[in-house]
Design a protein around this ligand. Structure first.
Ligand SMILES: [Zn+2]
Ligand SMILES: [Zn+2]
Length: 396
């Protein structure tokens, strides 16, 4: 792998076991086992040995109120104490069931992402990762899409409030990062880029190229709405055709990224067809971009991902290893002890290798595009709308 930079770190993972108390129950797809199995895999592969690990504080009410309405925070507290649904605030729905201690568990995840922001802002860490974070659908006044409080928006707001001039946010979750986009839609200091399956077919039904920022911030919201069935080569083609150039032009002081891995072909909730190899390539490119554009200042979060055994642990262990400056070779075998643990715990056969056996190749946009394909029309629509707003030429 060609690297034009040296990753000298230090890097930190913000994690303690009590963060997994964010748990909607055994019937819900977003089980905290996703992160538990990831941390075990990363540990057994020696990845955590190359990173600092810190516990997370719980966000206080003032911090939550930087991105949420006080009435909503009270509603979350109340629902978590009484167990009673509050549908007006999105609490007690199928996606966001009420659970005991919901406020505290959700505020803890905000605390973890803000702690990661604090580490990068202060320079104590060059890269910081919160795998429990990335709850990108939460809105100022309501829960949405498995997300109660928006830890990403709170971390970005904290960075702005502490003097960071420009933040670029790149969201590679299969779903549109609508809550983060909404929080900063009219703020020219934040560039939000979301690469997702088109809202024509998938929750939350938003995120089209023409939605490109409020009146005070034209071009600050970027959406790539991909067709269903997009696989590694198409996804990487779209990503490279849009993301690096816009992030470079924006000149952020920190890069914030959301790494939902529900774009995988085995994910049960969406219809893209990436492999772990394509996801690893995307994470690698975001890391490289941070070193190029922000001097390496990088805050990464988890996100969606519902293939609990097959995908999430491998995808996010690759993310941690990249952030630690020691990427794991794709052909690496998964540790036998980890596979045994999963077999005993869940009765499932875990993947044997860190790869799905695919080479993440793609055709570069500069070699030309084909308006007869849905993918290329989608990419071109984003470039045509957004690139002129950043002084860039939309044509290849
Ligand atoms: Zn690095
Ligand atoms: Zn998602």
């Amino acid at each position: 792998m060609q690297r034009a930079f040296e990753c000298t770190g230090p890097s930190t993972v913000v994690f303690d076991q009590s963060l997994t108390e964010y748990d909607f129950g055994p019937e819900h797809p977003m089980t905290p086992a996703r992160v538990d199995l990831t941390m075990r895999l990363a540990d057994e592969l020696g990845v955590l040995g190359g990173m600092h690990r810190v516990a997370a504080p719980i966000a206080d009410l003032d911090l939550l109120a930087t991105v949420h309405e006080p009435a909503y925070i009270e509603a979350v507290e109340r629902a978590g104490e009484t167990g009673v649904a509050d549908i007006a605030h999105g609490l007690g729905t199928e996606d966001d069931p009420v659970f005991r201690g919901m406020h505290r568990a959700s505020a803890h995840i905000v605390g973890a992402s803000v702690e990661a922001a604090r580490l990068v802002h202060s320079g104590r860490s060059l890269h910081a990762v919160n795998l429990m974070g990335g709850l990108h659908h939460a809105m100022p006044g309501r829960a949405s899409g498995f997300c109660i409080y928006n830890d990403v928006a709170a971390a970005i707001q904290w960075l702005l409030d502490h003097g960071e001039e420009r933040i670029a946010y790149v969201d590679v979750d299969v779903h549109h990062g609508d809550g983060v986009e909404r929080a900063f839609y009219n703020d020219p200091r934040v560039l939000t880029i979301s690469v997702h399956e088109t809202g024509q077919l998938l929750f939350p039904g938003t995120g089209f190229p023409e939605d490109n920022g409020g009146p005070d911030a034209p071009g600050s919201a970027v959406n790539i709405a991909l067709p269903p069935g997009t696989a590694d080569s198409g996804w990487l083609r779209a990503f490279h055709a849009v993301v690096p150039e816009l992030v470079r032009a924006f000149r952020p002081t920190i890069l914030v990224t959301q790494h939902g891995c529900d774009s995988h072909t085995q994910d049960p909730l969406a219809h893209l067809m990436l492999t772990v190899d394509g996801q690893r390539a995307a994470y690698d490119e975001l890391h490289r971009l941070a070193h190029e554009v922000t001097g390496g200042r990088w805050l990464a979060t988890g996100g969606g991902g519902y293939a609990v055994v097959e995908v999430v642990p491998r995808a996010w262990t690759h993310l941690l290893a990249i952030a630690a400056g020691h990427p794991i070779a794709p052909e690496t075998e998964t540790p036998e002890a980890w596979r045994e643990y999963i077999l005993h715990l869940r009765g499932e056969v875990a993947p044997a290798r860190m790869t799905d056996g695919r080479a993440p190749l793609y055709r570069d946009w500069r070699e030309g595009y084909d308006p007869d394909t849905w993918l290329d029309r989608a990419v071109h629509a984003t470039r045509k709308t957004l690139f002129p707003l950043h002084g860039l030429d939309p044509m290849p």
